[in-house]
Write a protein that binds this ligand. Sequence first.
Ligand code: ARG
Length: 572
Amino acid sequence: MNIKQTLEAIFEQAMIGAGVSEPRPIIKQSQRAEFGHYQANGVMAAAKQLKLAPRDLAQAILDQLPLQNRYTFEIAGPGFINIRLTHEGLTEAVASTAFPVNIGVDAPKRVVVDYSSPNLAKEMHIGHLRSTVIGDTVIRVLEHVGHDAIRANHVGDWGAQFGSLLAYLSETGHNEQARTTALADLEKFYQAASKKFKQDPAFAEKARGFVVQLQAGDPELKALWQSFIATSMSHGQAVYDKLGITLTQKDAMPESQYNDDLVPLVEDLKDKNLIEESDGAQCVFLDEFKGKDGNRLPAMVQKSDGGFPYLATDLAALRFRHRVLEANEALYVVGASQQLHLRQVFAVARAAGFVPETLKTRHLAFGLVLKADGTPFKTRDGADVKLVDVLDEAVDRATALLSARDNDLDQQEQATIARVIGIGAIKYAELQKNRTTDYVFDWDTMLSFEGNTAPYLQYAYTRIRSLFRKSGLAAPDSNAEITLTEPQEAALALKNLQFSEALTQYLDDYQANILCNYLFELAGSFMTFYEHCPILGADADLKASRLRLSQITSETLSTGLNLLGIETVERM
Ligand code: ARG
């Protein structure tokens, strides 16, 4: 149990003792030092119910708290309770804790995380950064705390885009050379094909025909389709590897995997009387989905031409996540624009009994990546910006930054550090924002060594590591007793203890900025400690204690950064 949970438990008992029937103590970290380390809220709501003066109830609760030396309490304002850990309490907590602190989950859950999930045929663009990076952190944290997390890369490998590709290829001739050219620059080929699709109705017709033939199992088309997929998947994997994303090809659960499930799935919906025909299409109408005009919105599961839309595949995929993967929870890291789609998937799957009520479904939505002027991130001619180009630029910029600084790094070391800084900066800029809003992509801010950025945190880490090198010891003594003599030491120790609170809070809503802000505060506490408390020049015991505290901090920092998918280096 971390400090917050311990306090919640103590307060719950005390509130019951004071006559509160349904106590809901809300313990929060204080925002300002003068309010103590933590604050207990929830007394005022309880007082209102009991028709008592809040301060009186607060006092009655304090009277019920077990006498102890770990905390001091003080009633403040209209009825808040400020809580301070005593020197003894903090020392005891530090001594009895294994660092870096983790949260122990007693009942591991199996959580399927749908993330990245690009449509194949085109290369990944900047828009895929968000789902990929946010999702990878979800996976890393779930695994770190002991859940069973399953990566589901729901790649779009079966949509209309392949009709265009195949039709375009047929125009250039289905020969080996045409095929090689197409695959060599699939992106360019795809752009030409989709342009033609938009401009030429006869071509579009042909493309749709190819989709039907492909879906009917035409062997030649299928072989061509497979070569497109293989090329596209390897492009994707190259991006994941560059970006340090934990996805591999075996995590792909492509749309096509559910093909054979779709006919029976629609049949099943019909048997359950959930299907209505609307303009020739098979739809499910649920009362909870209404348009602005009050009309019911359809959830289409089969098109009038017999084809199956996105929603049908997603229903099959969710059912698979329940039946085959035996998920307790299904998370979807998908753009906010697909909110209605996913709500319909979840609701129809429930209505049809494809998944039980107990399976938690959740859409972790995110906004757009914008340019500094607030417009969507596109190239000058309106095309999507390739993700791989953005990553290369990040590393180039970091290289330039490093060479501008005075350093004695050799070439290879410099290249490694530039990669770690550049990629880290991009990821951190992404994760440090509130997930649900749009954000502006700004090179200078993300690559800055000052402020809440990856380079700042990575640099803080190297500071601690260089301290160890200077100490002349191979490694700090991990068994050294920690004494907290100065307030800066106490503050740093407390921050380290609070790592598990940040993890718990993160898991509440998967907002990575919780973890980012925590690490930023941790690094800040270290810098303050470092300025105020001499380390290498201190007496032996104190020196060992301070080195140990620094070591704990470096471990918490690197563990936290690693959960964000961000690497650290020894020097920079
Ligand atoms: N491929 C989709 C797209 O690019 C995203 C898929 C998200 N996951 C899902 N199960 N629908 O928009």
